[in-house]
Ligand binder design. Structure first.
Ligand SMILES: Cc1cc2nc3c(=O)[nH]c(=O)nc-3n(C[C@H](O)[C@H](O)[C@H](O)COP(=O)(O)O)c2cc1C
Length: 362
């Protein structure tokens, strides 16, 4: 019988189980080139027993950055550096996708050589960017011209090409958590009146353009997408009566592609306070989406096992549990207790709270 430890066929890959390491920004690429390092390689290698690892969000261009010490995948040097990580994970028998990220307005000129962050519309929102010199309010962003939109679409394509060259098994498009692609999808951050605004079709247009461009440089069945139809959180995003119908349209349209997977999240505490939140995301979109469904947020061994058994998801991703439990799969298999992650080292520099969490010793 299928359970969370059963193998899973993802395109032309065989995952050794259905436990996925969710993307986790850890801020250890503390160098001027934004390249990944041997320490980061060690971190992913330690976690390679996951059926699939999705890397931390990785910027597709210098304008895509919103946090300190996050790695990029736009330059030759960055692409070369990622090779040590894909090799380390593959040598351990694991699989790894890279998450492609453009933060859009969730940034600050301090990260962008003094330029204003890019966004679908010039809407000011309440957010403090974590700049190197402390928290600073995000400014009103620059409304992208159509030309700038096309440029960003092209940057996703180049990043996808680089990811293939670096040896990744696939890529995940980050279209969630209030970042650029999500900003286009949501009417609270997109009030454009051109081809990229107003209707569902127009607000989702950039995402389909990104997929169509990426398909030119990599197989469609290696492209995953992260969406969150119940995201209601910081980054100035809130749910409206339009949110779920928009995602119903978008996710149904994804059926026209043969993608690796759709990665969704169940709502968090704050979303549940909104009357517009869908509280059963996997259940709803299992009926609409015909491909592989990966579900996230708040899962435990028990609830992950349950949702797979019920057939409402194919894969379950774990975020925080992977920070302090590199051997999460083995702990689940043996009923070993889970270690607690130290939140103070989530985004700090160095090995502490990063690679120094040991495997469980019985
Ligand atoms: C330290 C930290 C960094 C994160 N970085 C990312 C990221 O880079 N990209 C992303 O899509 N989600 C990111 N997330 C969200 C996680 O992928 C996941 O959705 C969240 O932790 C909830 O899942 P969980 O309950 O299993 O932890 C991050 C979460 C944490 C705690």
């Amino acid at each position: 019988m299928t359970n969370i430890f059963s193998k899973y066929t993802l395109g032309n890959l065989t995952l050794s189980n259905r436990i996925v390491m969710a993307p986790l920004t850890r801020g250890r690429a503390n160098n001027a080139e934004h390249i990944v390092t041997p320490l980061i390689s060690e971190y992913y290698k330690q976690r390679a027993t996951a059926g699939l690892i999705i890397s931390e969000g990785s910027q597709i261009s210098p304008m895509a950055v919103g946090y300190q010490n996050t790695p990029g995948i736009y330059s030759k040097q960055q692409t070369e550096a990622w090779k040590q990580i894909t090799k380390a994970v593959h040598d351990e028998g694991g699989k790894i996708f890279i998450q492609l990220w453009h933060v859009g307005r969730v940034s600050h000129p301090d990260f962008l050589d003094g330029k204003l962050p890019l966004a679908p519309s010039a809407i000011k929102f309440d957010y403090n960017a974590r700049t190197p010199s402390g928290p600073k309010p995000a400014p009103t962003p620059h409304q992208m011209t159509v030309e700038e939109i096309k440029e960003v679409v092209g940057e996703f394509k180049i990043a996808a090409k680089n990811a293939m060259e670096a040896g990744f098994d696939g890529v995940e498009i980050h279209a969630s958590n209030g970042y650029l692609l999500h900003q286009f999808i949501a009417p609270c951050s997109n009030v454009r009146t051109d081809d990229y605004g107003e209707s569902y079709e127009n607000r989702c247009r950039i995402l389909f353009e990104v997929i169509d461009e990426m398909k030119k440089v990599m197989p469609e069945n290696k492209i995953g997408i992260r969406l969150n139809p119940s995201y209601h959180n910081d980054h100035g995003m809130f749910l409206t009566e339009d949110t779920i119908p928009t995602f119903d349209f978008l996710i149904d349209k994804l059926n026209n592609y043969n993608l690796a997977y759709l990665h969704l999240s169940e709502p968090g505490r704050r979303a549940k306070e909104s009357s517009f939140a869908e509280t059963q995301i996997a259940k709803r979109y299992r009926k609409i989406y015909k491909g592989t469904l990966m579900i996230n947020r708040g899962f435990t061994y028990e609830s992950g096992t349950k949702i797979i058994k019920e057939g409402n998801a194919d894969l379950v991703s774990f975020g925080v549990p992977y920070i302090a439990n590199p051997d999460l799969v083995r702990r689940f298999e043996n009923g070993f207790p889970l270690a607690e992650a130290d939140t103070s080292t989530y985004y700090s520099i160095g090995a502490k709270g990063f690679t120094d969490y040991p495997d469980f010793k019985a």
